[in-house]
Design a protein around this ligand. Structure first.
Ligand code: 3PG
Length: 393
């Protein structure tokens, strides 16, 4: 695929697919990371004397206009981030959008309405893609985090105009390539989260590609149960223990070292400050829940981090939303952050709850790269082709 540097931009209308699907509460953006991360692309387009015309989805309106899901509410946050006027138009195609694109002044940015207000968006509809393409001369995709969706604004449209990747798309892909495509070894992955069933493809792909795999969070309980250990009242997918065994067997074949907790923090209730104790994994009481990895396990994870040249992190090691069950995630993340900051390791994190967990641990700033993507990060790590990237050629 091409980058902005390879495109002739001067005087052109650059239809730029961004992901500004940010959390909003009471009309206020509560985490502007995704907005901040598209600023370099918008600035580079403006600096090339071209017109940035932003195409984006917001939330899941299911193919019809939903006022609370209008992108208009993001105009103030975008203006602040870009330092320029953002003109909004209440459709992503049609005469009003065409007129607004034509009339856009120098240095201004045009924001089109939520692409998912049209049913054709999620169907990757050719006619809708053509109507959107009519608004631009060049297509730039800067929405890595939406690239796992084959939608009209991410896939079909890329085939209709000269297309390129934006700066954030470039950064995301090169970070992922460094982590798993052509990494410095040994490579270590930390995969946590509630369920094995949602991360099956990820675990299967990683055991073939990484040297060390730490399994944490609720999904570790399923692996412990697969070894015949009692997990009390813990979150556990008992019907997935066969699958967990298969993954462990595959890891043994490929030479990937799997690390499961050796000790765990258990409690009778899942609430802030609940009374808890540390027990060996063999000794989980029948009436208790495993809510975090214990100190021995954390020490072991830190040892592996010290050996790793590359780290991929997805998902928390425990029930990190509530103290004290965030301790293992915090300690391991802080250790990885320290090693990354010292330039001893390349560390890449992304997917779902991961960024929230690393932010809570105060570690995100020191990771080599923190992806803005949830589902797209996982699919890339699963070894899948992302349609939005593939369409860029
Ligand atoms: C995300 O928030 O991960 C992306 O914006 C994709 O959103 P979606 O899961 O609604 O397609």
């Amino acid at each position: 695929w091409k980058t902005l540097d390879q495109m002739d931009l001067a005087g052109k209308r650059v239809l730029t697919r961004v992901d500004i699907n940010v959390p909003v509460e009471n009309g206020q953006v509560t985490d502007a990371t995704r907005i901040e991360r598209i600023v370099p692309t918008v600035r580079d387009i403006l600096d090339a004397n071209a017109k940035p015309i932003l195409l984006a989805h917001f939330d899941r309106p299911k193919g019809k206009p939903v006022p609370e899901m209008s992108l208009q509410q993001l105009v103030p946050a975008l203006e602040e981030a870009f330092g320029t006027r953002v003109v909004f138009v209440a459709d992503c195609r049609g005469p009003a959008a065409e007129a607004a694109a034509e009339a856009l002044g120098e240095g201004e940015v045009l924001l089109l309405e939520n692409t998912r207000f049209h049913p054709g968006e999620e169907k990757n509809d050719q006619a809708l893609a053509e109507e959107m393409a009519a608004l631009g001369d060049v297509y730039c995709n800067d929405a890595f985090s939406a690239a796992h969706r084959a939608h009209a604004s991410t896939e079909a449209i890329a085939r209709l105009l000269p297309a390129c990747a934006g700066r954030l798309m470039e950064a995301e892909l090169s970070a992922l390539e460094r982590a798993l495509g052509d990494p410095k070894r040994p490579v270590m992955a930390v995969v946590g989260g509630a369920k094995v069933s949602t991360k099956l493809d990820l675990l299967s792909n990683l055991v073939e590609r990484v040297d060390m795999l730490v399994i944490g969070g609720g999904m570790a309980n399923t692996f412990l149960a697969a070894q015949g250990l009692g997990v009390g009242k813990s979150l556990c997918e008992h019907d997935m223990t066969g699958t967990a065994k298969d993954i462990a067997a595959k890891a043994a074949d490929t030479g990937c070292e799997i690390l499961l907790p050796r000790d765990v923090v258990v409690a009778r209730e899942f609430k802030a400050g609940a009374e808890s104790e540390v027990v060996k994994v063999e000794d989980c009481p029948e009436d208790a829940m495993i809510l975090d990895a214990g100190p021995d396990s954390v020490a072991h994870v830190k040892e592996l981090i010290d050996r790793a040249e590359t780290l991929i992190w997805n998902g928390p090691l425990g029930a990190f939303e509530i103290a004290p069950f965030d301790a293992a995630t915090n300690a391991a993340a802080a250790h990885a952050a320290e090693r990354s900051r010292a330039g001893q390791m390349v560390s890449v994190a992304g997917g779902g709850d991961t960024v929230a967990a690393l932010n809570r641990a105060g570690a995100a700033d020191h990771f080599t790269y923190v992806s803005t993507a949830g589902g797209a990060f996982l699919e890339w790590m699963e070894g899948k082709t992302l349609p939005g990237v593939a369409a860029l050629g």
